[in-house]
Write a protein that binds this ligand. Structure first.
Ligand SMILES: Nc1ncnc2c1ncn2[C@@H]1O[C@H](COP(=O)(O)OP(=O)(O)OP(=O)(O)O)[C@@H](O)[C@H]1O
Length: 909
């Protein structure tokens, strides 16, 4: 099937195409026309089938066979299909690749359709849209990660905070809002890491926002602008939450409202008839969290590494949680460190409490391990996608929550834990009793076959079941009886879907059932097979209908019970969600305590000062990695950026050899600040941190060729953002700026950047560089301190000590590192040679040395000289007008000048 000749979606949904369609095709085209941007999973019996472009895309994405089925408009129809029972796996892959899928089901029984006429088509309808941001299935979700759908809106005339963000995790019911401004936009979006971002198509085409959308790639989904209409937003939200007014929810800006209404509308659009149990929208304290711009977030590898994996990220290194809710909360907290010292202290108090109560902490964690994912089970139940195991999860969750509350009630607990405890004790105990007394021990995944209500829970059910089971036993008895009567020992009573129950004997034995009056009157022939014959009896038919009735009745009772339990659970949604969050809070705090104990972390002091004093700090990820690789121990280092006078913090200029540990040191201090403000203990002997409101970093080299930016351009864009935005409370980490260009350009930029950070931004910062010339700046900038990574030279080899000490490095040992990396020895030898010559030339001809070559440095280093004053002689000369003088006057003037000159010399002596 050549690509050119294929029927593309646009042509498929055209009027001409509709006119030429068979009834079946007409139905397909209609549904496709309503969902042109989505891949259509079209239910046909036990398969979801895909046609046309969808089939081609899906076959490629899923590596499944592409075939064809019939023709439309005189051309082949490409087709592929996936079995319904395996659909989740395929959906997962497609969603992961950025597709959005519309699931179209048969909404009536084929038998019903037949009643309307032999050629009538079974009714079908899209029952849900599966998009990355609106998943609920356990299989499609990562347990420890939130799955946010985010809506972005803009309302003109709202001043600085013209943008609104609303994000929803329908799998847990979290619903948050935040107003934001253009310069914070990317950072605020990336803090949440949405799986899907919806924007009005008009906003999507705004070129100014293109970089933000590029950052998110395929996760951005433009939607019709009416979804974001701010005039009707309030009403739409009120309708969703079935309230008359939103006043009780708090004060939201128009932009926030518009985003919230759009998010809700999108959830409704994707879930079609079901309504997830969303919490009421809560304003997110975006402004009360540490601002971390997207580049910094990525560079510091907070939740994933630059290569995209979780291993090697900060989150992975500090995650000791034992529940999926705890893991999600930890991720969220780490992405949004707080800036209010009292709130931070509250969290630290919880960690300290568990650290001091080791036995209680251990006991709590072993109980928490039994906690299932309650919010996600709840969400599935509310969306009518839940099964018996989801009810079981709620039941078990409630029971563990009760035990946890009991275990904690014995101790005097700090505020955050007390709040969590209150939520646990408020959980509905009656619901737990109702669930546990009704549900069986072993629960099936699906409700459709029954078997999940325990014996003794419902009298009518027990009766129906016993009737069904005794009838089955009677059938076994019947088989023995018929075998005896007919003398055919191999006689069997079997069951299949076409005949129901039947008696089967081999053809050789059939005579015993077909001959003789007794037999003839009793056994009714049903079917003749190649080597067997099948019969029934009125007795058997009667039993069969009793079994079917009893089983049907039992199932009906079970399904009814399921609905009752589901309603009971959903009506307690708020309490259950609050309880689940409380368990997550306990899990995170206890996890941090375990981490602190195992890794020897200390409680940081976080206050309103601009101090930054870390004693014996370590890099949380590198330290663990070194241990796992059985490398040497991690060398702890101090870092003191606290103000020496006034309230502005200091800048450290860090020089040292390649591989000396500069980058590690820079990052570890940023990570310690993040951990401290997340409310965790930190890898250090002690840490005093004045709240950091903005964290910036420029580390590592990466290019962004897709956006037409070279490595150096990316570096400069990021540096520009820092120099423009960092303030006195910020912490700035700059690793080797200016290295991506010619030496002089790079050095000049680095020089000017340090001066700017010192004089204009006034922030705390760490600046690592190989431009050793910069160290001279410390003479002129009072808050700039030189520090260096120490090395030892031993028999011509360089030994990295990884120790930070005061002072400046004199060389980079680049060639030694290159040799360690395996550069061919001829190249290393030649490089040494060239270096020796360059250094020699530099010594012999200082005029050609870098520092002298750059007027920039001469100017900057010299103390400015006062403007020279004109001397008295010069002033006298200036006042003379030779053209107006007679020869005599000119001679007198000459004598006067001589005299003055003598007078000047004697004063200076
Ligand atoms: N404090 C430390 N204790 C032990 N090992 C360390 C320490 N710091 C760094 N290292 C080890 O040294 C390696 C190099 O560190 P890092 O990348 O920070 O050096 P660098 O000075 O930034 O190098 P370059 O200038 O080449 O970029 C790390 O991968 C780590 O294994």
């Amino acid at each position: 099937m050549s690509d050119d000749n294929r029927i593309k979606t646009e042509e498929l949904i055209s009027e001409e195409s509709k006119a030429a369609a068979t009834p079946m095709m007409e139905q397909y085209i209609e549904i496709k026309a309503a969902n042109p941007d989505l891949m259509l999973f079209y239910r046909m019996g036990d398969f979801y089938e895909l046609f046309f472009d969808d089939a081609v895309d899906a076959a490629r994405a899923l590596s499944i066979t592409l075939t064809k089925r019939g023709q439309h408009l005189g051309r082949d129809i490409p087709m592929c299909g996936v079995p319904v029972h395996a659909a989740d796996d395929y959906l997962q892959k497609l969603i992961g690749l950025g597709f959005r899928v519309a699931v179209c089901e048969q909404t009536e029984d084929p038998a019903e359709a037949k009643k309307r006429g032999a050629k009538s088509v079974v009714r079908r309808d899209v029952t849900r849209l599966v998009t990355a941001g609106t998943l609920t299935e356990e299989k499609l979700l990562a347990p420890g990660e939130s799955n946010f759908l985010m809506a972005l809106s803009r309302v003109r005339g709202e001043g600085d905070n013209a943008f609104g963000l609303a994000w929803i995790d329908i799998s847990t019911g979290i619903f948050r809002l935040s107003a934001t401004s253009e310069d914070r936009l990317a950072a605020d979006i990336m803090r949440v890491e949405p799986r899907e971002l919806i924007v009005a198509d008009t906003l999507f085409s705004d070129e100014k926002l293109r970089p933000v959308f590029d950052l998110l790639g395929r996760a951005v989904s433009p939607q019709p602008a009416v979804l974001f209409d701010s005039a009707t937003a309030r009403d739409r939200l009120a309708r969703f939450f079935s309230v008359a007014t939103l006043d009780g929810f708090g004060q939201f800006s128009r932009a926030e409202m518009s985003a919230a209404a759009a998010a809700v509308a999108y959830v409704e659009k994707t879930q079609i008839n079901e309504r997830p149990p969303l919490g009421i929208p809560e304003q997110d304290g975006g402004a009360r969290t540490m601002f971390i711009d997207p580049a910094t977030r990525a560079n510091l590898e907070l939740t994933r590494t630059m290569s995209g994996g979780r291993d090697g990220s900060l989150l992975k290194a500090v995650d000791r949680t034992v529940t999926s809710g705890g893991a999600r909360l930890l991720g969220e907290r780490l992405m949004s460190p707080l800036t209010a010292p009292d709130k931070i202290a509250q969290r630290l108090d919880s960690v300290a409490f568990f650290l001091g109560e080791a036995a209680l902490c251990e006991d709590l964690r072993s109980r928490l391990k039994q906690v299932p994912d309650m919010p996600r089970a709840l969400s599935r139940l509310a969306l009518d996608r839940g099964g018996p195991r989801d009810l079981g999860a709620i039941c078990q969750g409630l029971s563990v929550a009760r035990e946890v509350a009991g275990a904690l009630s014995v101790a005097e607990v700090p505020e955050e834990i007390a709040n969590a405890l209150a939520k646990l004790t408020a959980l509905p105990q009656t619901l737990e009793t109702q669930l546990s007394s009704t549900l069986a021990e072993e629960l099936p995944l699906l409700k459709r076959d029954g078997g999940f209500v325990r014996e003794g829970a419902d009298r009518a059910l027990d009766e129906a079941r016993s009737l069904r089971d005794t009838s089955r036993r009677v059938i076994a008895g019947l088989q023995a009886q018929y075998a005896e009567e007919t003398g055919v020992r191999g006689l069997k009573i079997k069951h299949n879907n076409v005949l129901g129950y039947f008696i089967e004997v081999t053809s050789l034995n059939a005579r015993a059932l077909t001959e003789g009056d007794d037999a003839k009157g009793k056994f009714i022939h049903r079917q003749t097979m190649a080597n067997a014959m099948r019969f029934t009896t009125s007795e058997l038919a009667d039993l069969e209908s009793r079994i079917a009735n009893a089983a049907g009745e039992a199932l009906a009772i079970e399904l009814e019970t399921f609905e009752k339990l589901r309603d009971a659970v959903v009506s307690e949604a708020e309490a259950i969600k609050a309880g689940a969050l409380a368990l997550a809070v306990l899990d995170v705090s206890a996890g941090f305590a375990v981490l602190a104990e195992a890794e020897a972390y200390c409680r940081p002091v976080v206050d309103e000062t601009t101090a930054f004093g870390i004693v014996g700090g370590r890099h949380p990820v590198v330290e663990q990695a070194l241990r796992q690789q059985s490398g040497g121990p991690f060398v702890a280092n101090d870092c003191d950026l606290s103000p020496t006078e006034g309230d502005k913090g200091s800048l450290w200029l860090l020089t040292g050899p390649n591989m000396g540990g500069k980058s590690t040191f820079l990052r570890q201090n940023a990570l310690i600040a993040i951990l401290a403000q997340t409310g965790a203990f930190v890898p250090a002997e002690s840490a005093h941190i004045g709240v950091v409101d903005r964290l910036f970093s420029r580390v590592g080299a990466s290019d962004d060729l897709a956006r037409g930016r070279s490595t150096f351009m990316v570096e400069m864009v990021e540096t520009a953002a820092i120099l423009n935005q960092a303030g006195p409370r910020s912490l700035v980490i700059l690793d080797e700026i200016g290295r991506g260009t010619a030496t002089f350009d790079g050095l000049s930029i680095a020089w000017a950047a340090v001066e700017h950070l010192h004089n204009s931004n006034g922030c705390r910062g760490l600046f690592a560089t190989h431009f050793h010339e910069l160290t001279i700046l410390s003479e002129k900038l009072p808050r700039l301190v030189n520090a260096t990574m120490r090395v030892k030279e031993w028999k011509g080899e360089v030994v990295f000590l990884h120790e930070v000490g005061p002072g400046a490095a004199d060389r980079s040992y680049g060639i030694q590192v290159a040799r360690l990396a395996g550069l061919p020895s001829s190249v290393v030898k030649r490089a040494k040679n060239v270096l020796a010559r360059l250094e020699d030339a530099d010594r012999k001809n200082p005029a050609a040395s870098l520092i002298d070559d750059l007027p920039l440095f001469q100017v900057s280093m010299r103390t400015p000289e006062p403007e020279p004053q004109a001397s008295a002689v010069e002033q006298m000369l200036e006042g003379m007008k030779p053209d107006d003088m007679t020869p005599r006057e000119a001679l007198d003037a000459l004598y006067a000048l001589k005299k003055q000159l003598r007078a000047d010399v004697s004063i200076e002596d």
